[in-house]
Design a protein around this ligand. Structure first.
Ligand code: MLT
Length: 207
């Protein structure tokens, strides 16, 4: 399969085959690309349409979805701009491929841009699974996420995301009205079998 360059992000798209399964917006981590999370998406929600863009920012040649100043320290002006850019891409892709609002599945940097999308552009995502996410913005606007399903999975031994930071993100999204499920799995920053099982179960319960 080749990547598509017709829309505003290089991306891959796999049409859905299972009626009633939500389209997934797959957002890779630092150094990943549009091919990375396709196997994960297929395993998590068989039959879902998969939309997988490549982050446009390069950090020493590694694709990301927004700039950072240091590990865990974000360039928030860039993040806001990139969240708008990604929101634009989702709108284009929805029209081009005839999709409903997607559920994001984001890992690490991809989880952080998904969290920013929820807070800055709450109309874009039908829900989000945030795998190893952290608080993306110090001072986000008041978003209305009434009832939006959000899964946050943290790693108990994650050297990048402190437990308190993920807990703050969960509180922030809950305060905005999202239906947040936050669990900590026995893993580091990388994904484990437990992440797969919990995310699969959570996606399976979405209407
Ligand atoms: C980020 O920059 O989004 C986080 O530090 C996670 C990462 O990409 O390593």
């Amino acid at each position: 399969m080749t990547s598509t360059t017709t829309l505003s992000f290089i991306h891959r798209f796999e049409p859905g085959t299972g009626p009633g399964r939500p389209p997934l917006l797959l957002l890779h981590g630092t150094g990943g690309d549009e091919a990375d999370l396709l196997p994960l998406g297929r395993a998590l929600s068989p039959g879902s349409a998969l939309l997988s863009p490549r982050g446009k920012v390069l950090e020493n040649g590694m694709p990301r979805f927004f700039r950072r100043l240091a590990e865990g320290v974000f360039d928030e002006d860039d993040l806001r701009r990139r969240a708008d850019e990604l929101a634009g891409f989702v709108a284009e892709a929805r029209q081009a491929y005839g999709l409903g609002a997607p559920v994001a599945v984001g890992f690490s940097n991809g989880a952080n841009i998904a969290a920013a999308l929820l807070l800055l552009r709450p109309e874009v995502l039908a829900g989000a699974a945030l795998l190893r996410a952290m608080v993306p913005l110090r001072d986000p606007p008041a978003a209305d996420l009434a009832g939006r399903p959000v899964l946050i999975l943290s790693g108990a031994a994650d050297p990048i995301v402190p437990a308190g930071n993920a807990a703050r993100l969960a509180a922030m999204l809950t305060a905005a009205g999202a239906a947040v499920r936050h669990e900590t799995v026995p893993a580091g920053h990388g994904l484990s079998q437990a992440d797969l099982a919990i995310t699969q179960d959570w996606l399976g319960r979405l209407q």
